[in-house]
Design a protein around this ligand. Structure first.
Ligand code: OFO
Length: 167
């Protein structure tokens, strides 16, 4: 495996692990604040990010590289509003997309079409997740400070996304 690409894939492990920890922390915040639907949504997101991380770990090791499991800093765990919670979700996804784009660019520079091909799965995944985050933020903007709106948002969060994102 090309050392520069191995390094970038290992960095990507860290980004996925960080997203997983961040979403777990967001699930906890939602859980203790009475938003059970939102908590379930972020518990699931957290698990998904862990799967993304493990997929990278296995890929690196199978291709003769060495995956490194990183230390993760404490995620943000206090939010002033649902809006802030979902803004954090969107900015985390935008950051990860940017990092994936960098890996793809590097693959093209090194003509590593194998890793380039592997990373396409992440590109598709990011498109979906960014779209979810934007959809949910747009709904929250419509709801504003309305408490019964927040109640319904929490109750219906999983129904508001396209079917393939509901599992
Ligand atoms: Fe790993 O899928 Fe988003 O961040």
């Amino acid at each position: 495996m090309i050392p520069e690409i191995e390094k970038s894939l290992n960095d990507q492990i860290q980004h996925e692990a960080k997203a997983s920890a961040q979403y777990l922390s967001m699930a906890c915040w939602a859980d203790v604040n009475g938003y059970n639907g939102i908590a379930e949504f972020f518990y699931t997101q957290s698990e998904e990010e862990r799967v993304h991380m493990t997929k990278l770990v296995k890929f690196i090791n199978e291709r003769g590289g060495k995956a490194v499991i990183p230390a993760i800093e404490k995620p943000k765990d206090d939010f002033h509003s649902l809006m802030e919670l979902f803004e954090t979700f969107l900015s985390s996804e935008e950051f990860v997309t940017q990092q994936i784009n960098n890996v793809i660019f590097q693959c093209l520079e090194h003509k590593d079409y194998n890793v380039h091909n592997f990373m396409q799965w992440y590109v598709a995944e990011q498109l979906e997740e960014e779209a979810s985050a934007r959809t949910l933020l747009d709904k929250l903007k419509i709801i504003g400070d309305d408490k019964s709106g927040h109640y319904m948002f929490d109750r219906d969060i999983n129904k508001m996304l396209p079917a393939e994102e509901n599992n």
